[in-house]
Design a protein around this ligand. Structure first.
Ligand code: 9UX
Length: 72
């Protein structure tokens, strides 16, 4: 199942944060694409279950030191 999930990502302060999240999360199993927006503090992720559930994506971003929450 491919899903699109929008998450809030708090704690990003520069463009390198955006790139770091996109590179790291984008490389995880089950992630089709990820776009992170610094200004809105949100991320749009296309991911496949069960490899990468919304919860797993959220936890992976938090493991990088950011506060993430599933919005939709
Ligand atoms: Mo920018 Mo983000 O110097 O964790 S990479 S603050």
């Amino acid at each position: 199942v491919q899903l699109e999930t929008v998450l809030s990502v708090a704690g990003m302060t520069c463009a390198a944060c955006v790139n770091g999240i996109e590179q790291h999360i984008g490389g995880l199993d089950g992630i089709a694409s990820i776009k992170v927006d610094l200004m809105t503090a949100q991320a749009v992720v296309r991911h496949r279950e069960p490899a990468a559930s919304a919860k797993v994506v959220c936890a992976a971003i938090e493991a990088m030191g950011f506060e993430a929450e599933v919005l939709t």
